[in-house]
Write a protein that binds this ligand. Structure first.
Ligand SMILES: [Zn+2]
Length: 109
C-alpha cells in the first residue's frame, strides 16, 4: 500500500469498514510511515472534534485513536480465530457426509 491508497482508506478505517486484508495492509503502512500516521490523527480529529464539542464532554482524542487502532487489531485476530473454527466445523461436516454416503452405499448392496 502506498501513501495515496492509505489516505483513501482512512475514512473506511474510521467507519470500521475495512476487511481483514485491508486492515492488515493499512496498519502495516501506518507503522512504517510517520506521515500517514499523522494524516490519520488529523482526519480522526476532523471527524470527531465537532461531535465531541456538541457533547460538551472532555476528551483525549489521541489516546482514543490509539484505542481504536488496538480494538481493530484485536477484532482482526478474533475474526481469524472464528474462521479457523468454521474451517474445522466444515471439515467435520464433510467427513460426516462422506461417512453417511459410504454407509448408505454399502448397505444398499
Ligand atoms: Zn505513507
Amino acid at each position: 500500500m502506498n501513501c495515496k491508497e492509505f489516505e483513501n482508506r482512512i475514512p473506511d478505517f474510521l467507519d470500521d469498514k475495512l476487511n481483514k486484508k485491508q486492515a492488515n495492509d493499512f496498519f502495516a503502512h501506518m507503522h512504517e510511515c510517520k506521515d500517514c500516521m499523522e494524516e490519520l490523527r488529523i482526519q480522526y480529529l476532523i471527524k470527531e472534534v465537532p461531535l465531541r464539542i456538541e457533547d460538551g464532554e472532555s476528551f483525549d482524542l489521541n489516546s482514543e485513536l490509539d484505542l481504536k487502532i488496538e480494538k481493530t487489531k484485536k477484532a482482526i485476530k478474533k475474526r481469524s480465530a472464528a474462521n479457523t473454527v468454521i474451517y474445522i466445523m466444515e471439515a467435520i461436516a464433510i467427513v460426516a457426509v462422506i461417512f453417511i454416503l459410504f454407509l448408505v452405499f454399502t448397505r444398499g448392496r
